[in-house]
Design a binder for this molecule. Sequence first.
Ligand code: HEC
Length: 124
Amino acid sequence: MRSILTSRHGSLIPLLFASTMACGPALADNPSRPDLDNPATIAAGAKRFNQNCVYCHGNAGSGGKGAALQGRHDLTPEYLFQTISNGKQRGSLLMPAWREAFSEQEIWELGSYILSLRDVGPKK
Ligand code: HEC
């Protein structure tokens, strides 16, 4: 082991550096981000979505005053987190910012539920 490390010193260091760079910023920006594919996380998001979001986004995100959230392969976790946190406006329609109402964990759960609707309904 020691001999490998010593002889490959020059090529190992940049490799380690590159992999730290690749996952470092994402972890640093999103310390509260849970596993978005975890069924319990999705279920927690679904419950909160049904209580707070269906009024505008329709049952299971089928759409209404707010955009449809089904079959949306364009929505990334980061975009969902930011948009739910900060709200969004389209014309005279306004979604409030939710960051005062929910913890970061709860906002990730909502995002996780919306991601789980990717393969529901028509593809977009
Ligand atoms: C008062 C109505 C209203 C409520 C309640 C509401 N939204 Fe919205 N939402 C909107 C409007 C309006 C938009 C902007 C519509 C658009 O982009 O076409 C929007 C946009 C979004 C978007 C971005 C969609 C896109 O295509 O960019 C997401 C994600 C979202 N809402 C999630 C939520 C979640 C999660 C909740 C519940 C915590 C929620 N919304 C509650 C009205 C609402």
